[in-house]
Design a protein around this ligand. Structure first.
Ligand code: URA
Length: 245
């Protein structure tokens, strides 16, 4: 149960799939239902904090809704669920957004900032991350020199790393008024250190990296760095809007 408001016990039992509301009322009248160790009576209301038992068996509301969180990831935290030495993106979530089973859908490097989605929906994460689904991830990369036309063309053709790994074609656009030293990179993959390695192949070092969008979901410019907010299913669906794969 996601809601904090109490609901009638028979409704709770029905939502848990124990019995119809009518049948649940009978179970209560028959004294088969206990709430927090005491026999329940008709009219009792419960929340997910209450311990409900039917014939001695604990009844828990199955979780039906997945959680999706937008984090404006700060530098200095790792994209993992737990780590022995480092603070993780899960550690910095406010308590009200936490729940069991959350994990970052994809990774940003420890020093990378920006849009990270944290969820407990494995299917969604798979869909978003699969290169076959062609969900575009966009980054602003500040680099240690000017971006040239040759670099833009090299990104367009597809960069090959020193170890032979081939990247899919990517878009590189110069950020206006950046003196040519910042680019917006659009990729559909998530190879390890991908953007940094792509620039390294063309002779540039990334000095600052921020992810600004995933599909049609943009980093909320009102969300300060290090802060997180819940996303709606509509926000999540926006990721795939216009995506034909
Ligand atoms: N590419 C990188 O090099 N680092 C990131 O964190 C994300 C993409």
């Amino acid at each position: 149960m996601d809601k904090k408001e109490p609901i009638r016990l028979q409704k709770f039992l029905a939502q848990c799939g124990i019995a119809s509301r009518r049948k649940a009322e009978e179970l209560i009248l028959q004294g088969k239902v206990k709430v927090n160790g005491k026999p329940a009576i008709l009219g009792d209301k419960v929340t997910d904090k209450d311990k409900v038992f039917v014939s001695g068996k604990r009844i828990v509301m199955p979780r039906t809704k997945y959680r999706y969180i937008m984090l404006n990831k700060p530098p200095g935290v790792v994209s993992a669920t737990e780590d022995k030495r480092e603070r993780t993106v899960i550690d910095i979530l406010p308590p009200e957004l936490r729940r069991k089973g959350l994990f970052p859908a994809g990774r940003l490097d420890k020093d990378t900032e920006g849009l990270l989605i944290i969820t407990d929906d494995g299917d969604f994460a798979h869909r978003m991350l699969s290169p076959k689904k062609h969900v575009e991830k966009r980054y602003i990369a500040q680099i240690d020199g000017e971006i040239t036309e040759d670099m833009i063309r090299a990104f367009e053709r597809g960069i090959t790393f020193a170890d032979g790994t081939e990247c899919q074609p990517a878009r590189l656009e110069i950020v206006p008024n950046s003196g040519g030293m910042s680019g917006i990179v659009t990729i559909c993959e998530g190879k390890y250190h991908q953007v940094k390695k792509m620039f390294s192949v063309v002779g540039r070092k990334v000095v600052h990296l921020q992810r600004i969008s995933i599909g049609n979901l943009y980093l909320d410019s009102n969300l300060p760095i290090g802060y997180a907010k819940k996303l709606t299913k509509l926000d999540i669906d926006a990721i795939f809007v216009g995506n034909i794969h």
